[in-house]
Design a protein around this ligand. Structure first.
Ligand SMILES: C[S@@+](CC[C@H](N)C(=O)[O-])C[C@H]1O[C@@H](n2cnc3c(N)ncnc32)[C@H](O)[C@@H]1O
Length: 241
């Protein structure tokens, strides 16, 4: 898999921004994402915010929500800072999410759009775990993502729909299938995991952090707890009298 990530070049960022509005069907995916994020959330994190497009959309119906936007592209950081220059509720942080997320406090919603597929698969998974840990119980993770096609023919169909059928693949893309990513979400502990919307290689992957954390105990510990008079009931341990 390519280790290349061209996103900190101004040319790459500006070329994306010039065509961002024309990506077919993206507004449908964004609309579903907007429906899933409660209007009462207090804090939102946007991972790979770009020029802040997604936070801008979220803020229409949540004007006072506190937002944190992270990205590593100097061009994008300049654009997002300009977009929210008069909004004291938006904090922009320069961060390469190849590295662990900094301590940003807890969030009610963490969103991302077409960004996480730029890191390698191992990092995608560990980033998803960090995102889980940054969510408040009941918080939602919505990743509108560029995912791998099931077949080379479908990949070419997607490229043609974008008008890039004759150009080489962007070496920054490290595309991964939906199923693997949903399985990771479940393994990490997210609930209500599903692909909520999809068109060819664009997919909205969603998971909700459970309000009560599941207590996964090994059989050996369970046996011992049974012996000393505790019984497992759903995810709670209750004494047996
Ligand atoms: C396709 S753009 C999407 C931007 C924005 N989320 C949107 O929907 O328009 C991908 C974004 O991810 C950012 N990005 C890619 N790799 C990154 C990394 N390792 N760390 C931080 N940001 C990264 C890029 O700088 C860029 O802003």
């Amino acid at each position: 898999m390519s280790q290349v990530n061209l996103w900190n070049s101004a040319e790459h960022a500006l070329s994306y921004l010039a065509k961002a509005d024309g990506i077919p069907h993206r507004t449908e995916g964004e609309a579903v994402l907007l429906e899933e994020v409660s209007k009462t959330v207090k804090r939102i994190l946007d991972v790979g915010t770009g020029d802040g497009r997604l936070l801008g959309l979220l803020k229409y119906d949540r004007p006072n929500v506190e937002c944190v936007a992270i990205d590593f592209s100097p061009t994008m950081l300049e654009k997002v800072r300009a977009r929210f220059a008069n909004d004291k509720n938006v904090t922009v942080i320069e961060h390469n999410f190849d590295d662990s997320l900094p301590d940003l406090g807890k969030f009610d919603a963490i969103v991302s759009s077409f960004a996480i597929h730029h890191v390698e698969d191992d990092r995608k998974r560990s980033l998803y775990t960090e995102i889980f840990n940054l969510l408040n119980p009941g918080g939602i993770f919505c990743n509108l993502e560029h995912v791998a096609s099931a077949t080379p023919a479908l990949h070419q169909k997607f490229r043609e729909a974008l008008g890039i059928g004759d150009t080489p693949d962007d070496p920054s893309n490290k595309l991964l299938d939906v199923e693997t990513q949903l399985r990771w979400f479940r393994e990490i502990g997210f609930d209500d995991v599903d692909c909520y919307w999809k068109w060819l290689e664009l997919a909205l992957l969603v998971g909700v952090k459970p309000v009560t954390v599941n207590c996964q105990l090994s059989t050996a510990i369970l046996t011992e707890l049974n012996q000393i008079g505790y019984l497992r009931f759903n995810s709670a341990l209750v004494p047996v009298h």
